[in-house]
Design a binder for this molecule. Sequence first.
Ligand SMILES: [Cu+2]
Length: 207
Amino acid sequence: MLPFIARKMAVQRTFVCLVALAVFVELAMAANYTVGGTNGGWDTSTDLQSWVSAQTFSVGDSLIFQYTPNHDVLEVSKADHDSCQTSNPLQTYTGGNTVVPLTSSGKRYFICGTLGHCSQGMQIEIDTLATSTPAPATSPSSAPSSSPAPGTSPSPESAAGSPLSPDLPSAESPAGVSPSPPAPSSAIKNSFGTCFALGLGLVLMAF
Ligand SMILES: [Cu+2]
């Protein structure tokens, strides 16, 4: 009877663990990118090409365009991006605060529709990577500049492992105290080990 209960608890804990991990991985993976970065924006004075090339975009991320009323955001074809053609946009966004979710992998093109702004640099090509494919090795040069993504630190295992570990014991302790026999403690240890292994596996898979 006891081993059965212990096993059931272990399964429950593992499940809770998995849910927590899924949420954590989701949060770690999805990122919001304010176009132009914290020191720039969607304007003619920001070096948008440099900003774009320093980022890695993945499915689930979002672009946030913040701009003054003299700008807008046009999503256009590659040809229109390359030629700064503003008359045939796929999408037009105005209002100063535009969120564009990157829902699928592939390239998307955005320019400003204000006369002359595209040729002054307000044109970006966003290459969104599929989340299932491992991101190309996070180069040391791009890692420090991408502040919103904690996952891009040079050592994913230690970065992802440390915020998790303080979480787990606290989640275990309230439930783990109530059953008196010593059997559950091995179950806890077991589920903790399982959880840790799963977490490590997930994190490794993600990166
Ligand atoms: Cu503009």
